[in-house]
Design a protein around this ligand. Structure first.
Ligand code: GLN
Length: 343
């Protein structure tokens, strides 16, 4: 994680919170009880709740203060049933998991080819905030799930002005979660004060003429999207929406057209867990996405979505307990989409 430990410098700036337009009343998933999913969730919680490895991210100072012992799991089915264990109530910043939903917005607004051609969909093979990767590829082939490609993807969202673009970004996150989400202002301020590296990334992309719009505006919107507050169940519903052809199984809203879902999941499989994505896929077969706030999602298409929350991260920046819990639950439920039985 050495590249995560960027130097911190106070950078005073005015912060504005732009709330989204009024949103339909939330409909909550009914908790499921009993049965194999419930048993798998409870077993994974018990097995890993005392695992005491890894460390909170601290290059964004506000993340270091989140209690490391929080551990929550939510599995949500395409029928909209939620099976949960542990710390489901605390909210935390979504961080890089937001990259998936902003990419989905750009797929929807501008088409998949725009992302493939303008940003790229191959893995960089480098850590998520690598500047080396930009130099190596001259700003091309920056996957939308690592910072250079993600900030460019945020910069590609269409809207009349910054407020309108933000409303669309927050709107799609809220639609995926099935409730109105908002920004954790403390995290937003903390990351805005310390995101020199992301500002450098966007400027370097711009220097290679690989940046669509104003880099400073895109970094600000990107920082805000990373600060959206979610709980583990929100992540479960967001993942389940992807497991259910882009239709939120709780609200019934078609959030993104079904035809985009296979490619959203393909990009997640390629780079969702940064430079450990291959290892993750090798063990689980599940498209996933992690965030340095401790969130993790994984999708078993047609079967379930999982969201977990546990702040301590491994060296690649992925939640340790989250990875273990999801792998165990998916194993118990036969969630690996590559598995088939011979006739
Ligand atoms: N906002 C964080 C950053 O840009 C997100 C990183 C992450 O979750 N991997 O550094």
């Amino acid at each position: 994680m050495s590249q995560l430990n960027t130097s911190r410098r106070e950078f005073a700036r005015g912060l504005t919170f732009l709330g989204a337009a009024a949103w339909a009343a939330p409909v909550l998933a009914q908790p499921g009880a009993g049965g194999p999913i419930d048993a798998a969730v409870k077993a994974a919680y018990e097995k890993f709740k005392d695992l005491n490895e890894g460390k909170n991210a601290d290059y964004i100072p506000a993340l270091a203060k989140v209690p490391s012992n929080y551990f929550g799991i939510a599995v949500v089915t395409p029928q909209g049933k939620a099976y949960t264990a542990g710390d489901i109530a605390p909210t935390f910043s979504i961080q890089s998991i937001s990259k998936v939903f902003t990419m989905a917005l750009v797929f929807q607004q501008s088409g998949e080819d725009t992302v493939e051609d303008a940003v790229g969909v191959d893995a960089t093979g480098q850590v998520f905030n690598s500047i080396v990767a930009i130099e190596q590829f001259r700003g091309k082939e920056m996957n939308p799930l690592v910072n250079p490609g993600a900030i460019a993807t945020t910069g590609t969202v269409k809207g009349a002005n910054a407020d309108d673009i933000w409303a669309k970004i927050l709107g799609i996150h809220s639609d995926f979660a099935g409730r109105q989400l908002s920004v954790n202002q403390e995290v937003y301020k903390s990351e805005s004060d310390t995101n020199q590296r992301n500002r450098a990334i966007s400027m370097l992309m711009s220097a290679y003429e690989r940046f669509p719009t104003d880099p400073a505006q895109a970094v600000d919107l990107y920082t805000r999207q990373c600060s959206i507050a979610v709980d583990a169940k929100d992540l479960g519903v967001m993942a389940a929406t992807l497991a259910n052809g882009g239709k939120n199984p709780v609200t019934g809203k078609q959030v993104v057209e079904s035809r985009h879902v296979p490619r959203i999941l393909a990009v997640m499989a390629t780079a969702g867990l940064y430079d450990d994505s291959g290892k993750w896929l090798f063990h689980t077969g599940l498209p996933g996405k992690s965030g340095v706030g401790g969130g993790l999602i994984a999708v078993s298409p047609g079967k379930f979505g999982i969201g977990t929350f546990s702040p301590p991260l491994d060296a690649a920046g992925n939640s340790l307990r989250g990875q273990r819990a999801i792998a165990a639950i998916s194993d118990a439920l036969g969630g690996n989409p590559y598995a088939s039985k011979p006739l």
